[in-house]
Write a protein that binds this ligand. Structure first.
Ligand code: ZN
Length: 344
């Protein structure tokens, strides 16, 4: 089969690799019908050393079950399934607590160890715990929105929960990528009264307004902090969703949070230490977040997608075949696409 292989920074290729096979009895093999390129894929795309082990990329997918191991009981061949970016057994104490990204037996797709889903097929470990059967046909028009439940919509929702968004809250979202935009949807959905997005690209901030953002701050650094303060009566936001992962982004997030507020960080951190420890301490700001247990949120978000109350699939502004995936990485890296949907 064909699959996406990252060899080093800027060097992503479509290659013929062996078909995936059942290894453990708890495995399923899924034929991938839709996958995505993720903003987080751009980190290794830009930074990966050339001589290390290759990575089979992709961690978001919807597909059709092709085969199941003897230990799989909740799925059958031909089921249409959603694959979250992490696999999990669904039974350990962390899974029972809704923190499937810390599953004792779990892990992440698209790593050096576990081949990813930007491919014609993917092996899914712990299939009973990981996959969710979708009550729709694989060619359904709402497929892009369903696909976002495998990562970006669940991640935006996680940021909002960790930032303690609720009715009447003033929310700030740092970042206008797919996760930031989904964070706006999540904040609106949870009842936020004012939603300020910090982003600089007009096409994205326009979409954020459609999703419920009330204010756009398109400057950065100190100027952005100043502007958010102006928009919040000088006090800052109750809830800040940090959806980028740079030191500048977390610093801005801390500086725009009001006293007693909370930050939900979901941008993969590319900094060593959380900055502004002293101001964060004196204002009693809670800093929380991490990889979103999107598996825990699918049941909650699915009805909103199916019944059309939210349309996170609008962040997928390009559709490409597998052979065009290297162009897709380039387009996202140059910010010409918000997020690319891949149809193998
Ligand atoms: Zn578990």
């Amino acid at each position: 089969m064909r699959a996406t292989v990252l060899h080093g920074a800027g060097d992503v290729r479509i290659e013929v690799v062996p078909d995936p096979k059942l290894i453990e009895p708890t495995d399923a093999i899924v034929t991938v019908r839709s996958a995505c390129i993720c903003g987080s894929d751009l980190w290794p795309y830009n930074l990966m050393e050339p001589n290390g082990p290759h990575r089979r990329m992709g961690h978001e997918a919807i597909g059709v079950v092709q085969a199941i191991g003897s230990g799989v009981h909740t799925l059958k061949v031909n089921d249409v399934v959603l694959m979250p970016f992490a696999f999990s057994d669904g039974t350990c104490l962390f899974c029972q607590d809704g923190l499937q990204t810390s599953c004792i037996h779990g892990g992440f797709f698209g790593t050096v160890e576990v081949p990813g889903a930007q491919a014609e097929a993917v092996r899914v470990p712990l299939a009973d715990g990981t996959l969710v059967v979708l009550p729709v046909d694989v060619d359904d028009a709402m497929m892009p929105s369903l696909l976002t439940l495998s990562d970006v919509m669940g991640t935006g929702h996680h940021a909002a929960l960790r930032a303690r968004v609720g009715p009447g809250k003033i929310v700030a979202v740092v970042g206008d990528g797919a996760v930031g935009l989904c964070g706006v949807i999540a904040a609106r959905r949870l009842g936020a009264e004012q939603i300020i997005i910090l982003g600089r690209r007009p096409d994205r901030t326009k979409l954020s307004s459609d999703f419920g953002a009330t204010d756009v701050v398109s400057v950065r650094g100190e100027e952005a902090v100043e502007r958010v303060r102006q928009l919040t009566g000088g006090l800052g936001a109750h809830s800040v969703l940090e959806c980028v992962g740079t030191e500048q982004a977390i610093l801005t997030a801390i500086n725009i949070a009001r006293a007693g507020g909370a930050i939900g960080r979901v941008g993969v951190p590319h900094y060593q230490a959380i900055p502004a420890a002293e101001p964060a301490f004196y204002s009693n700001v809670t800093i929380s977040g991490g990889p979103a247990p999107v598996r825990a949120y699918i049941e909650e978000l699915l009805p909103d997608v199916i019944e059309g109350r939210i349309q996170p699939g609008r962040v997928l502004d390009r559709v490409m075949g597998l052979d065009d995936v290297p162009d897709g990485y380039r387009a996202m890296n140059e910010r010409k696409a918000i997020k690319v949907m891949v149809k193998p």
